[in-house]
Structure formats: C-alpha cells, structure tokens
Design a protein around this ligand. Structure first.
Ligand code: GRF
Length: 213
C-alpha cells in the first residue's frame, strides 16, 4: 500500500516535526510538505535538511484570515496530503478551513484534553495542582483545542516542577505520541467512527517514569 502523504504546518522550532521525520522511515506515512507562517521558523531548516519541500505563507502578507488560508489551501492542494499535522502552528484556523480538511487535520496540544485548552497549559496545570499532565493528539474541529482524541501521553507532575521542567517532560511524550497517531491513522489501524477515533493501535503513551508504577 502506498504511504499516506502528510503535510506539517509549523510556526517555530519544529521538534514535533523532527519526531515525525525521524519516525517516517518504515512507517505508513511520508512527509511531502512543511509549511510555516513564520519565514524564520527553525522547523523549515529541519525539513530542508531531510529533503522535504517547504513553503512559507506569512500571515502578515495577507489582509485577512480567509485570504491567508486560501494561499495555504493552494499549497496543500498542490502537495495532495492525506493528512495534515498542525505542529506548533500558532494561527487560529477558521471553521471553513477546518471543515474543508475535516478528519484529515490533526493537532497536538500540550495538555490532557479536555483539560487546559488554550495557552499556558503547563503554568495552569501547576496552578491547579494536578498530579498528571501530558499531551493530546486530536482531530481538529472548529472549536479551539476540541475534537476526537487520537493519542494521549501522560507524565507525572513532580514536586519542585516549574513550567519549564514540566514542559520538557511533556515534550518527551509529545515526540512519541505524534508519530504513533499519524502512523495509526495512515495504516488504517485507527479510524473515525461516530465522532470518536477507534481501532486497535496503541493510543496511550506513558512517560518512562510512570511505567511499572
Ligand atoms: C508543542 O508543545 C505543541 O504541543 C504545541 O506547540 C509546541 C510546539 O513545539 N502545540 P515544537 O515547535 O514542535 O518544538
């Protein structure tokens, strides 16, 4: 079976993009495009190093959100992705865009949804005193950080954690969750049914420090 074509949308460092690149060999997906809204995003460099096509669509060059998204759509239509991964893409997408790519558009959020939607998730997790935190790969729906869960990664919150330490621990499981989710969907081992993602592929990642507890 041909590998599924994946486009990755970024705005910054692209460590999740790197994880997707690193796991592509031997998987059911290939990355055919990396698109950034920030011309200086380091993730573009990561893609180039791997020989992946890159495009920059800078939101500041467009009068409004629909025209910015129209240009992104053009790039995506050329690249013909089966799946589109938002990986630290820091622009809110309109319901029209989300609807056009429904069930093919994925996001990774640094919290265990539906807890802590939005920004500053690690600070808010610490302020709430939760004992576990993590990340969620989900299908994108028009509401911010909403949609069927594909994979979640769980980390402990440890005494003495600050937001930076917690973020670094969450990022470790992010880098395992995103390739797992994309490969599961690309292989057909995960499917959308009645508004939920179902299937046999592993959908929970535990931080190594939780294993054996
Ligand atoms: C990650 O924490 C991701 O969950 C969030 O943005 C961050 C992107 O990091 N959506 P990177 O650019 O992949 O390193």
């Amino acid at each position: 079976m041909a590998r599924q074509r994946v486009a990755v949308l970024i705005s910054g460092g692209g460590s999740n993009l790197q994880a997707l690149i690193d796991h592509a060999a031997g998987s059911h997906y290939e990355i055919v495009l990396t698109l950034s809204n920030e011309p200086t995003a380091f993730g573009l460099e990561r893609a180039r190093r791997d020989g992946i096509a890159t495009r920059t669509v800078c939101h500041r060059d467009f009068a409004d959100r629909p025209s910015f998204e129209h240009e992104i759509d053009e790039c995506l239509r050329e690249a013909r992705p089966d799946l589109i991964c938002l990986a630290g893409f820091m622009r809110i997408l309109t319901p029209a865009f989300v609807g056009r790519w429904r069930d093919r558009l994925l996001n990774i959020h640094p919290a265990l949804l539906p807890a802590f939607r939005g920004l500053h998730t690690h600070e808010r997790a610490l302020a709430a005193g939760v004992r576990v935190h993590g990340c969620t790969v989900h299908l994108v729906r028009p509401e911010l950080d909403d949609g069927p869960v594909v994979t979640q990664g769980v980390v402990p919150v440890l005494a003495g954690d600050d937001a930076q330490a917690l973020a670094a621990r969450v990022l470790e499981v992010e880098h395992r969750c995103y390739p797992l989710a994309v490969d599961g969907l690309a292989a057909g081992a995960l499917r959308v049914r009645d508004g939920l993602v179902v299937g046999d592929a592993q959908r929970l990642v535990l931080h190594p420090s939780l294993v054996g507890h």
